[in-house]
Design a protein around this ligand. Structure first.
Ligand code: BV8
Ligand code: ZN
Length: 236
């Protein structure tokens, strides 16, 4: 731990990549964990444009179920440690796959939500976008100005990542001295390739995850523990 703490302390350019595991201790269901299943449906089958086209009401019931769960969750010590180290770094970027908004709630500011936010909504008709934290009385919700269907402001499987967020992430991965990969199973592309990209540019890569993942083998240090316990020790 001391060696890795030294890398983090001494580096001028730090990037942190997070996944659902970082929010697990806050009570947010992970994608692959048993508690992530809704009505026994595989999350990947619901988070697609095809599922929405076929049954927008059912897809919205799933997102409303997740929004309700997340609304009752607060950031944990892992989120707080990440928000704190941001203030100490000249060059810093948090890249998250999480749509729960807990990083921002913890005070993170230099953050790219590459898979969008569950609190965002967008009209498939006129493209109008806004943040809506309240539940919708009627599902699927409709756009107030054009009557079009509203969809969650997240990136679905088969959809491209938001250009700006993706470019900012790739830019940082090409110059960061240290990359911390926390709470991700590293199976969903393109984020699954970020550790290798940073490694190619000479970064030290540190993994925080109770389990082995496909990127463990290229890491310079791995901590098999919960991010809410490891990150405060590593970043504090
Ligand atoms: C794209 C938003 C171009 C929605 C999400 C075939 C082969 C390879 C790739 C593909 C393929 N077919 C299609 C693809 C591309 C596809 C992909 O990768 N599919 C996978 C399933 C194979 N990717 C895409 O479609 C991406 N777009 O590529 O565009 C394109 C376009 C057209 C066609 C081709 C290419 C878009 C991907 C984004 C999808 N949206 N989320 C929503 O949330 O509803 S992805 C979603 O799932 C999350 O955002 C996250 O990215 C992923 C879940 O992964 P994790 O966050 O890592 O969570 P998981 O539960 O899996 O793991 C938790 C980990 O935490 C575990 O390791 C566990 O051990 C650990 N853990 C548990 N507790 C703790 C902990 N760690 C620390 N502390 C703890 N306490
Ligand atoms: Zn509209």
């Amino acid at each position: 731990m001391d060696v890795a703490r030294g890398w983090v302390r001494e580096c001028g350019s730090l990037c942190i990549l997070t996944g659902a595991g970082v929010s697990a201790e806050s009570g947010v269901p992970t994608f692959r964990g048993p508690e992530g299943l809704w009505k026994r449906r595989d999350p990947i089958s619901l988070a697609t444009p095809e599922a929405f086209a076929q049954d927008p009401k059912e897809v919205w019931e799933w997102y409303q179920w997740r929004r309700k769960k997340i609304r009752g969750c607060a950031p944990n010590a892992g989120h707080a440690a990440i928000a704190a180290v941001e203030g100490e770094k000249r060059d810093f970027l948090l890249v998250t796959q999480n749509v729960d908004g807990l990083h921002r709630a913890a005070g993170s500011r230099r953050v790219e939500e590459i898979h969008g936010s569950i609190w965002g909504i967008r009209c498939v008709g006129c493209g109008a976008e806004r943040v809506e934290r309240d539940d919708f009385p009627e599902l699927p919700p409709r756009c107030g100005s054009c009557g079009g269907l509203l969809r969650p402001g997240v990136v679905w499987f088969g959809e491209m990542l938001p250009r700006e967020a993706s470019d900012a992430a790739m830019e940082m991965l090409s110059r960061c001295e240290v990359l911390i990969v926390a709470g991700t199973s590293a199976v969903v592309a393109p984020a699954s390739g970020y550790a290798a990209a940073a490694k190619r540019h000479g970064a030290r890569v540190i993994e925080v995850n109770p389990d082995e993942t496909p990127v463990s083998g290229i890491c310079d240090a791995t901590f098999r523990g919960k991010s809410g316990e490891v990150l405060p020790a590593l970043l504090g």
